[in-house]
Design a binder for this molecule. Structure first.
Ligand SMILES: Cc1cc2nc3c(=O)[nH]c(=O)nc-3n(C[C@H](O)[C@H](O)[C@H](O)COP(=O)(O)OP(=O)(O)OC[C@H]3O[C@@H](n4cnc5c(N)ncnc54)[C@H](O)[C@@H]3O)c2cc1C
Ligand code: SF4
Length: 734
């Protein structure tokens, strides 16, 4: 490594490879520092019985797993970054993606020439018809059987097809062979059939004399007094562990969304070397709406061990936008997949055939954040599952539709199934571009606000989820940005990548799909719902003078023998939406009997509304609301309108607060009608004990999912009571 360069590039994934290649082609001296090692042909690990070589955290291996509490992250470490273990998919997001949050100048139209350039460099193409694996043909058939043929496509892949095993020299001078469909794409292609970055962009960068140092991790960046930056690294090559630094006029941080954000956070907050980075650093993190699903025991032909890993895409565009793709795993992963199969009844050898893997990804809200604890210095990723549940729900339902159409049973990874912690391989944001420092960390060229000459060019600058697999967009954005940077730096306003002229427009498969006006067909799998049955009894006095004197009316009704009773099933028809909504609504159905209004057998009440723990504006108080419509014996419409006052009345009476319904009967079917009876109905302890046995989870046969649904409901219920009676209680000194 030299003492200084014109430009230092940190990381050799999609952003870093583009930056290093173009800067070297433009004549700048480039030092490229990559923490991982080089993987030549045949050098990717294949011993499934040992951890050696696999994990970054173990021995600086290939795969960097970051198991945060709210998000499980998978990323790569090696010369070529994510391209070494990714599933090769290159797709363009629909134009709407660029409508929100992107800085001025970004649109599908302005990016299209750079997508074309990326497509040329990475030589992308779908699997040819004559090489389609069984799973691809099956999924095409399944999409048609579900009425979704118009939303099905074969995505472009950065893979060389044709003539497996036959040597050829690619247009950048690297040796490759044709894909043999071994299914090992996500553990590194030992045949160099994948068009990984070391075989194209990085090959060119080195041809233009970029100076590459692998096994070299950058831990700090600091401005130099005379301009430019000093980059501090730790390396562990053949010479053992060494600390050092190198200087550069311009520095390109391309370590991937999470690692680039971490590096800048440490420089701003821990080392204090870059204190003026925007407060937006770490914000707008997105997992690109990733959801991993399985179909076990599929009856239609499906071999997940036949590659390439991903070969299909099924777009869902209604309230949410996402794409469901087939996945795969190498033969040696069968033991791992067996652990995920709840039935667990098959031998390790049979998990490829009959087990389908799906990866859904979509437009989440990019409302996560990456942070470093000021106390421990530990990195954390915060992800708000609840606000992204409509997307995850729709993904689960489509995955379940497809699993059933395959003749199998849907499954999810345990962390999602039981705890709703997603796993993502598509980290974005954290150093998001924005029009100014109040809205972003970097400008439209990736330059860090307040630090001229310091850039971020990788998934970290994307300010929104792409919905589709993001590498194509990361590459196109980097191509567009580096062109502008080089034009500014060289003063040559016409500079462009030498390959740009040869990069002809190509057809993107997702752009060709037909989405009906109003969106695609809804899924047929119901969402997970929860129901319970409630029985309450009490006294309601007709025409009681003071409609707000519930206790007085109750007493008068008791003396007059005017009773009231209802039995209703409360259905939370979509558990996720119920938990997420502020008013926590449920639908009620059952019977209601009120002296003087209904006959002795009562009247049906249908499609009533129940709200659990509605905020009142007072943190230590919530209300449960009931609105139960019925038709009286006189043929007129009435509603039972009641509320439970959930607050500490001073004697810590949780039971009283949650079991006492202050009730009126109104004329008509809304809360505006005249009050015609008043009183109180209550749930009695034996009925409550019975109610506890009536909880039912619908929409899944999976015992784990059922238990998880109950636990999530219980957590919300008890959590709210805790907050009302304990956390917010001024009488308790906590
Ligand atoms: C299993 C899997 C499958 C995937 N499939 C697809 C797919 O089919 N299509 C798709 O579009 N995307 C896919 N992805 C995601 C894709 O790999 C990433 O979106 C992409 O690689 C991100 O590019 P990047 O430039 O942001 O950073 P990366 O590609 O992550 O590159 C960052 C590089 O920086 C290095 N680095 C990190 N920190 C430092 C440091 N401090 N000093 C020096 N070097 C450092 C890392 O080792 C790494 O090589 C997949 C990912 C995984 C894990
Ligand atoms: S299936 Fe994947 S790993 Fe196997 S040869 Fe093809 S590209 Fe390489």
């Amino acid at each position: 490594m030299r003492a200084s360069y014109d430009a230092v590039v940190i990381g050799s994934g999609f952003g870093g490879a583009v930056a290093a290649c173009r800067l070297a082609q433009a004549g700048f001296s480039v030092g490229l520092l990559e923490r991982g090692r080089r993987y030549g042909r045949g050098e990717f690990p294949r011993d499934f019985d040992k951890l050696d070589g696999w994990l970054w955290g173990n021995d600086h291996g290939l795969v960097d797993l970051k198991p945060f509490h709210q998000m499980q992250i998978v990323q790569a470490a090696g010369y070529g970054g994510g391209s070494l273990i990714y599933a090769n998919v290159h797709l363009r997001p629909p134009p709407e993606v660029f409508a929100g949050g992107w800085p001025a100048g970004y649109s599908r139209a302005t990016l299209d020439p750079y997508y074309d350039l990326a497509a040329y460099m990475l030589d992308i193409t779908p699997v040819p018809e004559n090489e389609l694996p069984a799973k691809t043909r099956t999924l095409r058939q399944v999409a048609a059987s579900l009425g979704r043929a118009d939303q099905f496509c074969l995505p472009n892949l950065a893979v060389s097809f044709g003539a497996p095993g036959v040597e050829r020299t690619n247009k950048f001078g690297a040796q490759q062979t044709g894909c043999n469909h071994c299914g090992g794409c996500i553990i590194g292609c030992n045949d160099h059939a994948k068009n990984t970055l070391d075989l194209n962009y990085l090959k060119l960068a080195e041809a233009y004399l970029a100076d590459v140092t692998t096994q070299c991790e950058v831990w700090s960046i600091a401005p130099n007094d005379g301009g430019g930056y000093r980059v501090h690294f730790r390396s562990w090559g053949p010479g053992g562990v060494q600390e050092g630094y190198t200087d550069a006029q311009r520095v390109f941080v391309c370590a991937g969304a999470v690692s680039s954000t971490e590096l800048l956070l440490r420089c701003r907050d821990q080392w204090g070397t870059l204190p003026k980075i925007s407060a937006q650093l770490g914000e707008k993190y997105s997992g690109n709406g990733d959801l991993l699903a399985f179909a076990f025991d599929a009856k239609l032909p499906f071999d997940s061990c036949q590659g390439p890993t991903i070969t299909t895409g099924l777009v869902y565009d209604k309230e949410s936008w996402f794409i469901l793709q087939d996945g795969g795993f190498p033969d040696g992963f069968s033991n791992l997949v067996r652990l995920l199969d709840r039935t667990g009844h098959r031998g390790a050898q049979t998990y490829g055939p009959g087990t389908a893997v799906f990866l859904a990804m979509g437009r989440d809200q990019a409302n996560g954040s990456i942070a470093i604890s000021p106390l421990t210095g530990e990195l954390s990723v915060h992800w708000d599952v609840s606000s992204n549940l409509p997307l995850y729900d729709a993904q689960e339902q489509l995955a379940s539709d497809v699993a059933r159409a395959l003749g199998g049973t849907v499954g999810y990874d345990p962390l999602w199934r039981l705890l709703h912690v997603p796993v993502t391989v598509h980290n974005l944001g954290g150093c998001a571009m924005g029009d100014d420092a109040a809205h972003g960390v970097t400008d439209g060229t990736g330059q860090v606000y307040n630090y001229p000459g310091l850039y971020v060019l990788d998934g970290g600058v994307l300010p929104a989820a792409t919905g589709v697999n993001p590498s194509h967009t990361i590459t196109a954005v980097a191509e567009r940005a580096i062109e502008q940077i080089i034009r500014g730096w060289t003063g040559d306003a016409r500079w462009q990548a030498p390959e740009k002229a040869a990069a002809l427009p190509i057809v993107d498969p997702v752009s060709q799909l037909k989405i009906p006006k109003g969106g695609v067909m809804p899924t047929t799998t119901p969402p997970i719902s929860l129901s319970l049955t409630e029985n309450m009894k009490g006294f309601l006095m007709k025409s009681y003078a003071d409609a707000s004197d519930f206790a007085g009316a109750e007493k008068a009704a008791q003396d007059a023998g005017a009773t009231a009773e209802y039995t209703i099933e409360i259905n939370f028809t979509n558990l996720d939406q119920f938990l997420n909504a502020e008013t926590h609504p449920g639908v009620t159905n059952g019977t209601i009997r009120v002296t003087g209004f209904t006959g002795p057998d009562g009247a049906p009440t249908r499609n009533g509304v129940f709200n659990l723990f509605v905020p009142t504006g007072n943190a230590s108080e919530r209300r449960m609301l009931y609105l139960l419509p019925f038709t009286g014996a006189d043929g007129k419409p009435y509603v039972l309108d009641g509320f439970k006052d959930v607050k500490d009345h001073g004697w810590f009476d949780v039971w009283g607060a949650t079991s006492t319904l202050y009730t009126v009967i109104r004329e008509g079917s809304t809360r505006d009608g005249n009050v015609v009876a008043t009183g109180i109905v209550k749930i009695h302890l034996p009925d409550f004990m019975k109610q506890m046995t009536t909880f039912r989870v619908h929409g899944t046969d999976d015992a784990g999912q059922k238990a998880s649904a109950m636990a999530r409901f219980g957590k919300m219920f008890l959590g709210t009571l805790w907050s009302v009676f304990v956390a917010q209680n001024p009488n308790l000194a906590l």
